[in-house]
Write a new protein. Structure first.
Length: 303
């Protein structure tokens, strides 16, 4: 057998050219393999991975630029939760008191019949409204909260041993949600050191001060309420209703948002968006009762 390297560079080139002359005809397309002209071939919009993702998406919509994206818009709260709920799941629910709560999604969660839920929320609603509805049907197994003083059914279930409770300082709860959404496993804080909150938790001294280790929170599902959103899931919250919603939107494995106003993609001012659509999987436009937790007014005749 001839070793082309012994022939020098010119000999190697000669042998390579002869081999190409023999192989090339076999690579020519036959009648059935004739390639279409470039103009007739469909333009490739995505990489292979993106193509597969689109094929697996049940509903897609075509944008102005011709690319495809998942259709995140659902007609009602029930359909928005379809396929996302299961027994013994964990749910983050935005809101502060009754302000900014995803009230329609809570109703849909109740109607789904799912049980054994661990709910992460600032509070547990009130008797007969908000998360209080899930307490009435005993669908909640555990609450991770910071304030639960407005719900008599909550107190009854906790004192009777029917409901588990993990108390958190309010700022710590907010940071645990933010940390979970940011991929931070844990953080140290001075809040709660030397109290029941720190019992059983790791502590560490930094610069002569003791800190307690708190873990980030991630839920199977986060449900949030925003003032305005677009078809891509970008969200804008309004005033006090902003509260826990932005952090919780980032910390759910799936996030469903309900909004008062839904606009086409591109109509929101990018600088005004609080939660980017990349965090939101589904969105639904709803109407809201917006109940007032504590109504306080002056008596007539008083100035």
């Amino acid at each position: 057998m001839i070793n082309p390297f012994r022939l020098g560079s010119s000999g190697a080139v000669f042998i390579a050219s002869r081999l190409w002359a023999i192989i090339r005809p076999s690579l020519a397309p036959g009648p059935k393999q004739e390639r279409r002209p470039q103009a007739q071939r469909p333009a490739r919009l995505f990489s292979v991975a993106a193509d597969v993702a689109v094929q697996r998406t049940p509903a897609v919509e075509k944008t102005v630029k011709g690319a495809f994206m998942a259709n995140k818009v659902y007609s009602n709260a029930k359909s928005a939760l379809a396929g996302l709920t299961f027994d013994n799941m964990s749910v983050m629910s935005g809101g502060f008191g009754l302000c900014g709560i995803p009230e329609n999604l809570i109703l849909a969660l109740r109607d789904s019949g799912v049980k054994g839920i661990t709910v992460i929320s600032n509070n547990a609603g009130v008797d007969g409204w908000g998360l209080g509805l899930l307490l009435e049907t005993k669908q909640i197994r555990k609450m991770i909260s910071s304030y639960v003083g407005e719900n008599k059914e909550f107190a009854r279930q906790y004192l009777s041993g029917e409901l588990e409770l993990e108390f958190n300082p309010q700022g710590t709860l907010a940071e645990r949600c933010r940390a979970g959404g940011a991929g931070i496993a844990g953080f140290y804080t001075k809040t709660g050191v030397g109290t029941l909150v720190a019992e059983g938790k790791e502590t560490k001294v930094f610069n002569g001060e003791t800190y307690v280790l708190e873990t980030g929170l991630v839920a199977d599902l986060s449900i949030v309420k925003a003032w305005k959103g677009d078809h891509e899931g970008n969200l804008i919250f309004r005033k006090t209703a902003r509260n826990f919603n932005p952090m919780m939107a980032t910390a759910g494995k799936k996030c469903v948002a309900e909004v008062e106003i839904l606009v086409p993609t591109g109509e929101l001012d990018p600088d005004a968006i609080h939660t980017p659509g990349i965090y939101v999987d589904r969105i639904v436009q709803s109407t809201f009762e917006k109940r007032i937790e504590q109504r306080t007014v002056r008596q007539r005749g008083n100035t």
